[in-house]
Design a protein around this ligand. Sequence first.
Ligand code: HEM
Length: 491
Amino acid sequence: VVIYRRHSGAATRNPGRLPYPPGPKPHPLVGHALLIPSESSWITFLEWKKIYGDIIHLRALSQNIIVLNSYKVARDLIGKRHIYASRPAFPMVGELMGWARIGVLTPYNETLKRYRKLIHPMMSRGAVKRYVVEQRTAVIAFLETLVNEPHEFHRNSRFTAGKMIMSTIYGIKVDSADDEYITISEAAMAPIVKVVYPGAAYVNIFPVLKYVPSWFPGAQFKRNAKIWRKLAERMVDHPFESVKSAMAARSARPSFTSILLQEENASEEDIKWVSGTLYAAGADTTAAVLATFILAMTIFPEAQKKAQQEIDRVIGSNSGRLPTLEDREDLPYVESIWKETLRWLPVTPLGAPHLVTEDDTYGGYYIPAQSTVLANIWAMSRDETTYADPDRFWPERYEGEKGKDVLDPRLFVFGFGRRTCAGAHFAESSLFMAISCILATFDISKARDEQGQEIEPEISFTAGLINHVNPFKCDIRPRSAQAIALIRSDH
Ligand code: HEM
């Protein structure tokens, strides 16, 4: 009866009586709530694509969920129709854990518009040039760690990303992975990225659970949320207060935050949360891409060799310098490696959830207002009609005449429409720089066991909003004594 009412209610707004997009058979009471996996749901959605197609409808109790499994559909809907620009409520992360003010999760409202107005002029293609020196400092420091403690590359890639974002966004220098700024942020981010999606926490599907008192048996999620909320607030407050104190003492280094505080007529609260947003959205994604790149180089040595030959040819192995962003146009193969890194194992496989705010129709289907809309970036990266043999890391797919027709993964890995990644240009410059400098100075290969056998790294993830590859073993060695000297002189 309940279901019948829901449908008949919707039908009044659905005059053409169009069907919902297809999907698995729902449970009569809870819909698909128990079918949506709590982890790596993008892989299940890709499986369902084979049965139901590029657009799927799911229902978790009264919440409609639309999964978009192809680039075309995501571009047509989220990319082109402004009614898809909002975000759903996030009962666990937003409401219980206090992250609603982080821009990535904010609905498309006046606050979000103010946030984006502050971010855009500081993160446009031209504006990110102001961060290049800080980005390079962090990249070179990362190379130094690869010389000194290559087996710690996983931990150091996280540290490098945190250091880079901390110095560009707040002008704060951090020298060790144990620095409080880094440890607090990591502790605050770790649970967030796990519990954003509908199936990842029961309270996301059954929002009424948020009213259960913390002491109630089984309400561990509420007790956790309380602790995590404090961490999130510290992550956002602590560096912001440091910038303000440094500015008062006239010792602040120029940064995203100090410039906004000086130049913009915006409230401190907005600047604080915008800065926190960039840290939250930028540090983990950057670290995840770095680790993915190293994994790709470990498993696919031919691509690495070819890129090194290109760098040696263009820059010269005896030129006494490392690649810079000015070399980018002359390094097309390294560019293809960069694109392939983003596509091979996308670090944000479901992007960030969108909300459609009005009823809509597409391809003969009805999409009800207030549906959560998920762009399955993972499925786009696995589309065999575009990317032959998608599990293979194969930069050559973008080369030559044929390569021109291959979809540039940057058109989907950064999301769609008005909520497209606000840090895409920042990521482009920092990560291209990192990738080209690593290729110029290191050989990465499979580690060997005690019998001298190569260890094949397992490809597995800490699946969440941001998909990190799990730590794996590899062998990282400087290409020459000269490479080490180059890193140290640049440092
Ligand atoms: C390669 C690295 C990165 C990838 C793959 C990535 C991907 C994404 C994706 C998929 C979204 C959601 C887009 C949507 O809703 O459709 C997003 C949002 C966002 N990203 Fe990134 N990102 C990366 C790096 C960064 C960096 C370095 C920063 C900041 C310095 C950043 C800042 C943001 C912000 C602020 C948003 C929220 C935009 C909004 O909701 O309006 N990202 N990113």
